[in-house]
Design a binder for this molecule. Structure first.
Ligand SMILES: Nc1ncnc2c1ncn2[C@@H]1O[C@H](COP(=O)(O)OP(=O)(O)O)[C@@H](O)[C@H]1O
Ligand SMILES: [Mg+2]
Length: 247
């Protein structure tokens, strides 16, 4: 287990967005978070690398443990934490710089002194983008297709050598072909990384994840082995949701 929540409650002002969440995230596995719009998926995901710190009204009760350490402890530097727990967003957001610069920028400002070309090549290879861009590394990242831009953002996260990669609906802005490429990539990445993916697409959760968490109105309704959850849900609400009989 690499990440764990203990009696976790997340708030915006006095409104509770996540209620008493207790989950364990396994290392080198893909965990999907599913549930209807507004149920708290992004809030939960973003609390795991303290992206919610940027929202004034946000507050937390309980703990999130990463390698047994509480990430909200006052001794933890959130910027340092985000090097270990990277994030990929819904809309591809490359910097308006070259493909090469997109990858090397993060490591560079963090004092990377190794072989830059090698790091760029390795990161792009890991993200399954190298062959498509190896002859145009100095082109603008914005000249890439949406699907390529999203893989560049994954490569950019990888270049920081994180332990965990958080993905918030990473395919929702992409066409089916780019989505399929990224799904294949996610399954490959778990060899070296732990992945948490938020998706409103249940088929996608079923295809890519080892474990699935079903959230409803801020409550963890069911969390377990993906195959089991989709084939034989324990909870009636989960069953209604995955069979589309949700009222
Ligand atoms: N910045 C914010 N300020 C206040 N409330 C928010 C904020 N972001 C999300 N919420 C509320 O928290 C709840 C969960 O939202 P969110 O985590 O974005 O859900 P999901 O990702 O599942 O669609 C919703 O009721 C939403 O309106
Ligand atoms: Mg969301």
């Amino acid at each position: 287990m690499i990440l764990k929540t203990k009696n976790l409650n997340l708030f915006y002002g006095s409104t509770k967005a996540i209620n008493n969440c207790n989950i364990n995230i396994e290392k080198n596995k893909v965990t999907a978070i599913i549930g209807p719009s507004g149920c708290g998926k992004s809030t939960l995901l973003r609390s795991m690398n303290r992206m919610n710190d940027f929202i004034d009204s946000f507050s937390i009760k309980g703990e999130i443990l990463f390698d047994e350490k509480n990430i909200y402890d006052s001794k933890i530097d959130a910027t340092e934490l985000r090097k270990s727990i990277g994030m990929v967003f819904q809309k591809p957001n490359p910097f308006p710089k070259s493909i090469y610069e997109n990858i090397i920028w993060g490591p560079k400002i963090n004092g990377f002194e190794g072989d830059k070309d090698k790091l760029v090549e390795e990161s792009l290879k890991d993200a399954g983008l190298w062959d498509e861009v190896k002859n145009r590394l100095n082109d603008s990242a914005l000249s890439l297709s949406g699907g390529q831009q999203q893989r560049l953002c994954i490569a950019r996260a990888i270049a920081m050598k994180p332990n965990i990669i958080l993905m918030d609906e990473p395919c929702s802005a992409l066409d089916p072909k780019s989505t399929a490429i990224i799904e294949t990539l996610i399954k490959k990445l778990r060899k070296n990384y732990t992945i948490l993916i938020v998706t409103h697409n249940m088929q996608q959760a079923a295809r890519v994840s080892d474990f699935t968490l079903f959230l409803y109105e801020g409550e963890v309704i069911e969390f377990g082995d993906t195959e089991h959850l989709f084939r034989n849900p324990k909870n009636k609400q989960t069953e209604d949701y995955i069979t589309g009989r949700f009222g």
